[in-house]
Design a protein around this ligand. Structure first.
Ligand SMILES: *[C@@H]1O[C@H](CO)[C@@H](O)[C@H](O)[C@H]1NC(C)=O
Ligand SMILES: *[C@@H]1O[C@H](CO)[C@@H](O)[C@H](O)[C@H]1NC(C)=O
Ligand SMILES: *[C@@H]1O[C@H](CO)[C@@H](O)[C@H](O)[C@H]1NC(C)=O
Ligand SMILES: *[C@@H]1O[C@H](CO)[C@@H](O)[C@H](O)[C@H]1NC(C)=O
Ligand SMILES: *[C@@H]1O[C@H](CO)[C@@H](O)[C@H](O)[C@H]1NC(C)=O
Length: 759
C-alpha cells in the first residue's frame, strides 16, 4: 500500500522533474518529532529515532540506519537530522510522533578602539562594576577559533565556573591543552555539511579557525588585553573585547565549504547543554516564508531562551531596503551595524606643499616620495601606463573605476591616483599597490597642478588613523532593515553596535590583503558587518548578566534597549549612511546605539516569560503543530495576545482599502518592573510625532518596592493609512530624582508586512 502511494506520488513528481524520483538518491532533512509520543520501550530519544529510521529503511541493516541518523536533538528542537530517500521520507511521515520536516538549508555569515567609543574605561563605569564579566560564559557559533591568538591567553583569569560542562574537542592541529581559563570550550560540527556535500575533503577537521571570522567575533566579545595591536599600522592600540574577563566557548559549524542548518542546530544544542550564558550568532537565514517555523535559528534559540540563555544575533548585511532583516524572533536581540568615530587615511602631498587626504587601508610599507605625476585621462591603455610605470599615474573618470584600477595593477605602475565621484566599496581601500581615490573637486586641484607645472611631483603617504571623527555612529548602508517578515509586529532591529572597520584578532593563516601579488597575513584584521556588531552586543550583555545573574533574557534585552542612545557624537539624531545621511528611523537602528554603562543600571525593565512568547505565537494564528515545533510542547492557546511586553512599539497604519478620513486608535499595554531604587516615581515624557496623537495612561508610575510591577497603556491615534513610510518618536519614563531615563522607541509605518516577502 505504501509503495503504491509512493509510486503515485512519484509519477506526479516525474512530470515536474525526474530528479525528484531517483528513489535511491538521499537528501538531508531535519525532522521534528513529538517527544511525548515516545513509546515506553525506548530508553532514549536517540534509540527511538534509530528504531523509527530502521522501520522505514528499504535495506534495514543497523549500520546503514546508524549512519543515516546524522544528529539527534533534545535541547534545541525535538527531532533529528537524517539522510533519506524520497520513499523513506514518505514512510517516515506515517510514523508515530512525526510532526514535520524541513530540508537542511545553507546559511550565510554576516560578514580596538570600539571600547573607548562605547565609553568603557577601567577607572569607573561598566567594566569595574561588572568585574569585566568574569563569571559569564559566551558561546559563539562561528568558523572556529585560533587558540594561540593573544586575545585568548588567560593571564589574569580566575578559575572556570564549576557549573561549566563544556569541553575542548581534539581534531586536526587541535588538542584539549589549547583550551585555558579564557577559551573554556571548543567543539566542531560538520556531519550535516558532509551529508549535503559528500565529496568535500575537510582539511582542518577541528575547532581551529582557517577563516578568521570566528577568531574576530570571539575576540570582539571577550578577548583579553593585547598591547600594540594593529592592521599594518592602522588602528594601533590595545585590543580587548567588550567583556575582557568573560569566558569563550567556540562551536564551529561554519565551514568554507558551506554552513548547514543541521550543523548549526547541533552547535546550539550542545551550547545549551554545556551551560553557556550568552549565545552570539553572526550568521543567519534569509526567510523565504513569513513563518518563524521556517527559521531553524528562531526555533533552536527558543529552547535556549527558556533555559535563561541570552541570544544575540546579527540583523544581516542585506540593507538598506526595508524588510531585509534576519534573526528577528522576539526572544533574540537583533543587532544592526553602526560606524565608529575613526577613519583610516592616506595623504597625497603635491610638490607645491598642498595635501589631499583620502580613505585608505593600503597595507604596504612603501610610501612614495616625490615621484613625477602624470595625468592620463581615462587610463584606458595598459601600454601607455607601462611606459610611465616609475611615476604616479593620475586617472579620471566619474564612472566606476574598476577597469582603470585593474589596468594600473596590470601595468605594475608605482602608484596611482583615481579621480571619481563614484562611491567606493571598502574593497578598494585595500588595493595591492599604492593608490589614492579622490573626488572630482580634489581631482581638479591635482590636474591643475600637473598642467601648470613643468615638473609636477607628488608623494603618497599611508597609515594615518584619525579618531574622534564626526558624526558617529551612523547606521551603515549594508545593515539589514526591519520589519522582520517572520514577526513584523515586534519592532526590529533592536539596537546598533559598532560594526564597521572593527579591529580584532584574526586567523594568521587567512590572507587579509594582497600586495604586489603576494598575500599578506596578520594576527589582526579590520572587518565590517553585522557579524562584527553582534559580539559587541553579546559582550555588553555579558557585563549586564554578571551584575544581574537572576535576570531573565527579556529583562537583559530590555536593559540594553531602553538605555541605548538615539543621538550621535554631535548630539543630533543618529544618521543613516544609506539615505543621504538623513536621520535614521527605528526600522534602521531600533532603539539606537548600545550604551554599556547605562545598561548595567536601567531603573525599569520590560520583562517577559516563555509563556508570553507563546501567547504571541497563538495570537499570530500559528497552528498547534507549528507551536509544538517551536516550543517542543503542547499549548491550547487559551490565552492569546499580540501585545508582547516588549521595550519598543511598532504600529501599522496601512489600511489602503479604506478611503475614509476616520482615525484609528492602536493601543499597547506594557508592564514595567522596578529594578532601581526601592521607592521611586517616574513621569512619562513623549516626543511629538507629526501626524499621530500619542497618549500614555497613567502619566505617572509610583513604586514602593524593588521588583514591583506597574502597567500603563500607550495609544496612538492616526490615519487609517499613513502617507509616510515610517514616522517615529519615543516614550521615556523619567525618574523624578533624575537618575534614570527608560526610553522606548515608537515607530508607525505604512509598510504592508506581506509585501516584504521575497519571491
Ligand atoms: C597539543 O598541541 C600543542 C600545539 O599543537 C602541542 O604543543 C602539545 O604538545 C599538544 N599536547 C598534547 C597533549 O598532545
Ligand atoms: C613591512 O616591513 C616589515 C618590517 O620590515 C616587514 O616585516 C613586512 O613584511 C613589510 N610588509 C610588506 C607588506 O612588505
Ligand atoms: C560625469 O561628468 C560629466 C562632466 O563632468 C557629467 O556631464 C556627467 O553627468 C557625469 N556622469 C556621472 C554618471 O556622474
Ligand atoms: C488570526 O485569526 C483571527 C480569526 O480568523 C483574525 O481575526 C486575526 O486577524 C488573525 N490574526 C493575525 C495576526 O493574522
Ligand atoms: C490563561 O490566563 C489565565 C488568567 O491569567 C490563567 O489563570 C491561566 O492559567 C492561563 N492559561 C494558560 C494555559 O496559560
Amino acid at each position: 500500500m505504501a509503495t503504491l502511494t509512493l509510486q503515485l506520488l512519484c509519477s506526479i513528481l516525474l512530470t515536474i522533474s525526474h530528479l525528484f524520483c531517483n528513489l535511491a538518491e538521499t537528501k538531508t532533512y531535519i525532522i521534528h518529532m513529538d517527544s511525548s509520543a515516545i513509546p515506553k520501550v525506548f530508553s532514549s530519544h536517540q534509540s527511538w529515532y534509530l528504531a523509527t529510521l530502521s522501520s522505514i529503511s528499504v535495506n534495514d541493516h543497523l549500520t546503514t540506519t546508524t549512519s543515516r541518523l546524522i544528529y539527534a536533538y533534545t535541547s534545541s528542537i525535538h527531532g533529528f537530522t537524517a539522510s533519506l530517500t524520497l520513499s523513506e521520507l514518505a514512510a517516515l511521515q506515517k510514523s508515530p510522533g512525526y510532526i514535520s520536516y524541513t530540508r537542511d538549508r545553507p546559511l550565510t555569515m554576516h560578514t580596538t578602539h570600539t571600547s573607548q567609543f562605547l565609553g568603557l574605561s577601567s577607572v569607573s563605569g561598566a567594566w569595574p562594576s561588572s568585574n569585566y564579566g568574569q563569571d559569564v560564559i559566551i558561546g559563539l557559533v562561528d568558523t572556529g577559533i585560533w587558540p594561540e591568538s593573544e586575545s585568548f591567553k588567560d593571564d589574569g583569569m580566575t578559575q572556570i565556573p564549576a557549573r561549566w560542562k563544556g569541553k575542548c574537542v581534539a581534531g586536526t592541529q587541535f588538542n584539549a591543552s589549547l583550551c585555558n581559563k579564557k577559551l573554556i570550550g571548543a567543539r566542531f560540527y560538520n556531519k550535516g555539511l558532509l551529508a549535503n556535500k559528500p565529496k568535500v575533503k575537510i582539511s582542518m577537521e577541528s575547532p581551529r579557525d582557517t577563516s578568521g571570522h570566528g577568531t574576530h567575533t570571539a575576540s570582539t566579545a571577550a578577548g583579553n588585553y593585547v598591547k600594540g595591536a594593529s592592521f599594518f599600522g592602522y588602528a594601533t592600540g590595545t585590543a580587548r573585547g567588550m567583556a575582557p574577563r568573560a569566558r569563550i566557548a567556540m562551536y564551529k559549524a561554519a565551514w568554507s565549504y558551506g554552513v548547514y542548518s543541521s550543523d548549526v542546530l547541533a552547535a546550539i544544542e550542545e551550547a545549551i547543554q554545556d551551560g553557556v550564558d550568552i549565545l552570539s550568532l553572526s550568521l543567519g537565514f534569509s526567510l523565504d516564508g513569513n513563518s518563524l517555523v521556517d527559521d531553524p535559528i528562531a526555533i533552536a534559540t527558543f529552547a535556549a531562551m527558556e533555559k535563561g540563555v541570552v541570544i544575540v544575533a546579527s540583523a544581516g548585511n542585506d540593507g538598506p531596503l526595508y524588510g531585509t532583516l534576519n534573526n528577528g524572533a522576539p526572544w533574540v536581540l537583533t543587532v544592526g551595524a553602526g560606524t565608529i568615530d575613526r577613519k583610516f587615511e592616506g595623504i597625497l602631498a603635491l610638490g607645491n606643499g598642498m595635501q589631499i587626504t583620502f580613505v585608505s587601508l593600503y597595507p604596504g610599507n612603501s610610501s612614495l616620495t616625490l615621484l613625477p605625476l602624470v595625468f592620463m585621462d581615462g587610463c584606458q591603455s595598459v601600454e601607455k601606463m607601462r611606459r610611465n610605470k616609475n611615476k604616479i599615474v593620475v586617472c579620471k573618470d566619474n564612472l566606476s573605476i574598476s577597469t582603470q584600477v585593474a589596468n594600473a595593477e596590470y601595468a605594475r605602475v608605482n602608484g596611482a591616483v583615481f579621480i571619481s565621484n563614484f562611491p567606493l566599496s571598502e574593497f578598494y581601500t585595500r588595493t595591492s599597490f599604492p593608490t589614492a581615490f579622490i573626488g572630482l573637486r580634489d581631482g581638479q586641484t591635482v590636474i591643475d597642478y600637473i598642467q601648470k607645472n613643468s615638473n609636477p611631483r607628488g608623494s603618497l603617504i599611508y597609515q594615518k588613523t584619525v579618531t574622534g571623527t564626526k558624526p558617529a555612529p551612523m547606521v551603515d548602508s549594508y545593515s539589514s532593515r526591519g520589519p522582520f517578515p517572520g514577526c513584523p509586529i515586534v519592532l526590529k532591529p533592536d539596537l546598533l553596535a559598532p560594526g564597521s572597520l572593527v579591529l580584532a584578532s584574526w586567523s594568521p593563516i587567512s590572507a587579509v590583503a594582497e600586495v604586489q601579488s603576494s598575500p599578506l597575513f596578520s594576527n589582526f584584521n579590520l572587518e565590517s558587518g553585522t557579524s562584527m556588531a553582534t559580539p559587541h552586543a553579546a559582550g555588553v550583555a555579558a557585563l549586564v548578566k554578571e551584575v544581574h545573574t537572576d535576570w531573565s533574557p527579556a529583562a537583559i534585552l530590555s536593559a540594553l534597549m531602553t538605555t541605548a542612545s538615539s543621538l550621535d557624537n554631535t548630539f543630533s539624531p543618529i544618521k543613516d549612511k544609506a539615505s543621504n545621511e538623513l536621520p535614521a528611523s527605528p526600522l534602521d537602528m531600533g532603539a539606537g546605539h548600545i550604551d554599556p554603562s547605562k545598561a548595567l543600571d536601567p531603573g525599569l525593565v520590560y520583562d517577559a516569560t516563555a509563556e508570553d512568547y507563546i501567547k504571541l505565537l497563538c495570537a499570530m494564528n500559528y497552528t498547534a503543530k507549528q507551536i509544538r515545533i517551536i516550543t517542543r510542547s503542547t499549548h491550547n492557546c487559551e490565552n492569546r495576545s499580540l501585545d508582547l511586553n516588549y521595550p519598543s512599539f511598532i504600529a501599522f497604519f496601512n489600511d489602503f482599502n479604506s478611503n475614509s478620513d476616520a482615525k484609528v486608535v492602536q493601543e499597547f499595554w506594557r508592564t514595567v518592573t522596578n529594578v532601581g531604587e526601592e521607592r521611586s516615581s517616574y513621569t512619562a515624557e513623549l516626543t511629538a510625532i507629526d501626524g499621530l496623537k500619542v497618549k500614555v495612561e497613567p502619566e505617572k508610575l509610583i513604586f514602593k518596592h524593588k521588583y514591583e510591577k506597574q502597567s500603563y497603556k500607550l495609544s496612538l491615534e492616526g490615519p487609517k493609512s499613513l502617507k509616510e513610510v515610517v514616522i517615529h518618536g519615543s516614550l521615556s519614563w523619567v525618574d523624578d530624582r533624575g537618575k534614570y531615563v527608560v526610553t522606548s522607541t515608537i515607530a508607525a509605518t505604512s509598510i504592508m508586512p506581506d509585501s516584504l516577502l521575497r519571491a
